[in-house]
Write a protein that binds this ligand. Structure first.
Ligand code: DUC
Ligand code: ZN
Ligand code: ZN
Length: 469
């Protein structure tokens, strides 16, 4: 069995930062020592972590590899997307298996297993999208929780005719989740109202990408968020997790529910912390298509970004995921030239989340401990992967990142590993860098060199969320 001694670094977890050495035996963390107290000789490789943070590998709880969407497919496969994730210090993804209306849930899940099996470079798990809530899919929810290790279900209040569920369907799924302990993940935007605004906008001849954002106003995210929270209360406080929260008023709804002690949680994504409606989505011509995603980027003239950072500090936002849903500009985003509503929705960031959030530490917006919590520990706990993932502790999987705060990262399409012909983060510089990435005891990235392999990643059956009352 191979062994590694990670020496001289600073181990960071939710409890803070402590200088310590970490012994890895096989695929697991075996022991943590006071600096220098570990074994001095033996059959192990020494990794010098002097000057580096030793953190748990990132857990990205929201990705969409190969998602069929808007007449095309998300451009990363499980192969390209998980390799890119590894380069960026993420060692676990939770992707979304899809059941479309009329399909059997288990068939949708089987299709996702077929896409991912043998292709992944890092460990992976699935949530299940329910595109049609009926007697059969409700029964399937129990089976997935009990037998398949799928313990969270995404519903959509948006996208009528595609993934949309009405309030009655949502309530039924929530009641089922209350019974079996699963988490309901909600895409909270009022889809029917958005469709009216989109139609009116197009009738006025407004076709540019910025109208994607203008027709998905904050009020329709806040209203849907509030409605989801009320529906969950009717379902006896069913666990509810709002995905890709982007707007201040939606966050207010989540914070109010949490103040009441409710089982309500939310994530945001790097794009909402940094990018804006005006500067990116409103870029000249069709350029803004690169930043078409839902929920949309919000106005820089309002307080969204500052409020989201505050929400991360206060734990009203518990997790940062990417909603990685990449589309190339050529032939994919271009499907929406002349009609913003036909631009495939999504931004690719799976490679950059750990770095982008570290920049929040550098900028004084997040503590080191909170960085690790939001990118690794909390997503692992939220979705039943803890303590196997999300922490550097004896017995946990040796998914470890050595992060170098004295190096720099410059993001560019020229250097990224995602299967995209552009970067939503082109030219962004981070005052830190992923140095070494270890997945289940194997060094898969060191510096800019890749040592991993397709097929190393294993499917993870998940338990119930740690946070349930
Ligand atoms: N939002 C996106 O931006 N892409 C995929 C689906 C979604 O909800
Ligand atoms: Zn969504
Ligand atoms: Zn998504």
């Amino acid at each position: 069995m191979s062994s590694l001694l990670i020496k001289g670094g600073t181990v960071v977890g939710p409890q803070g930062a402590i200088p310590a050495d970490v012994l890895v035996i096989g695929e697991k963390v075996s022991a943590i020592f006071m600096p220098g107290d570990g074994p001095v000789e033996g059959d192990f490789e020494v990794l010098d972590a002097t000057g580096k943070y030793v953190i748990p590998g990132g857990v990205d709880a929201h990705t969409h590899m190969e998602l069929p969407f808007g007449g095309t497919f998300a451009s990363d496969t499980f192969d390209t997307g998980t390799r890119a994730a590894a380069f960026g210090g993420t060692t676990t993804i939770i992707d979304f298996a899809v059941q479309r209306t009329g399909e059997v849930v288990q068939d949708g899940l089987a299709a996702w297993h077929a896409k991912a099996a043998g292709e992944c470079h890092i460990d992976y798990a699935f949530h299940q999208i329910l595109g049609g809530v009926d007697d059969e899919s409700l029964k399937a929810m129990d089976q997935l929780v009990t037998d398949e290790g799928i313990t969270s279900f995404k519903l959509f209040m948006a996208y009528p005719g595609v993934f949309y569920s009405d309030d009655g369907q949502i309530l039924r799924a929530m009641q089922k989740a209350r019974d079996n302990g699963a988490m309901i993940m909600m895409h909270a935007e009022n889809g029917p109202a958005i469709d009216v605004l989109v139609k009116q906008s197009l009738e006025r001849g407004e076709t540019d990408p910025i109208h994607h954002g203008l027709t998905r106003p904050e009020a329709l995210e806040a209203e849907a968020t509030s409605r989801a929270i009320w529906l969950a209360s009717v379902a006896a406080d069913c666990p509810l997790y709002i995905v890709h929260l982007s707007a201040s008023k939606a966050l207010e709804q989540v914070a109010a529910a949490r103040d009441l002690g409710r089982n309500v949680f939310a994530e945001t994504c790097p794009q909402y912390l940094y990018l804006t409606l005006e500067d990116q989505l409103g870029a000249p011509g069709f350029e803004g298509a690169k930043w078409v995603c839902s929920t949309p980027l919000r106005s820089k003239h309002e307080s969204h970004r500052a409020d989201l950072w505050k929400g991360l500090r206060s734990n009203d936002l518990s997790v940062v995921s990417t909603d990685h849903c990449p589309f190339c500009f050529k032939d994919q985003k271009e499907l929406g030239i002349g009609d913003f509503s036909k631009i495939p929705n999504g931004i690719g960031s799976v490679e950059h989340r750990v770095d982008l959030l570290y920049q929040g530490v550098v900028d004084g917006k997040l503590s080191l401990a909170r960085w690790v919590e939001t990118i690794a520990t909390t997503p692992a706990r939220m979705f039943g992967l803890y303590p196997r993932k999300g922490v550097v502790a004896p017995g946990s999987d040796a998914d470890i990142v050595l992060y170098d705060p004295s190096a720099r990262t410059r993001i560019s399409v020229e250097t990224h590993h995602m299967n995209m012909d552009h970067s939503a983060w082109e030219g962004v510089e981070i005052a830190g860098k992923v140095d070494t990435v270890i997945s289940r005891g194997s060094v898969i990235v060191s510096g800019d060199t890749y040592h991993g392999r397709k097929g190393h990643g294993q499917f993870l059956r998940r338990g119930l969320s740690d946070y349930l009352l």
